[in-house]
Design a protein around this ligand. Sequence first.
Ligand code: OGA
Ligand code: MN
Length: 206
Amino acid sequence: MDELQNQFELIADGLAEKGYGIAENFLSKEEVAAIRGLKVLQSDIETLQKAGIGKENKQINEAVRGDHIQWIDAATAPMELKIVLEKIELLRTYLNRTLFLGLKDFEVHIARYPAGAGYKRHLDQFKKDDHRKISVVCYLNEGWKAEDGGQLKMYFPDHSLEVLPEGGKLICFRSDSIEHEVLPAGRERASLTGWMLDQYSDLRHL
Ligand code: OGA
Ligand code: MN
């Protein structure tokens, strides 16, 4: 079985059994390095939009959420990102075939957290919009160490789990049920973050 299929299987098994799945090597070191070179990651972080909370009437509250984001338009994305979008699309159809999730589309943004910023405990589904089914986060940090912090902390009924945001790692989890938090890091923390939806993305109408 080829390596990508292997990664897909790990994610699908994890989602089915525990509500989350991790692929340690979804992207190669070279793919991460190529994305790191893009303007969206190299530019001054203030040139990206400050992330808001909620779907309508977005509020900016840095005490809750301190990242800066840029939505990715698949049609105009640079080749380095298109490669990742294609892998996520293959994963979407794989999850539909194996877990019958009825996922129709996905939408992603680049997220950059300046040193010291985090995202307090939350669920990814909006109160009035439950179309986000599976959260997908692919980390873009080179040489990340445990002491850099920035873990994704997931909460379960009787335990919690911390995942380091190491470059190339992909984590998927159920958007409707897994509460999670981004712990502050000692250095900037970057990811490609998105959601698989049970309808077509609004981004198509932008
Ligand atoms: C989010 C989020 C997790 C992470 O953007 O909603 O929870 O590890 N991200 O970046
Ligand atoms: Mn989240």
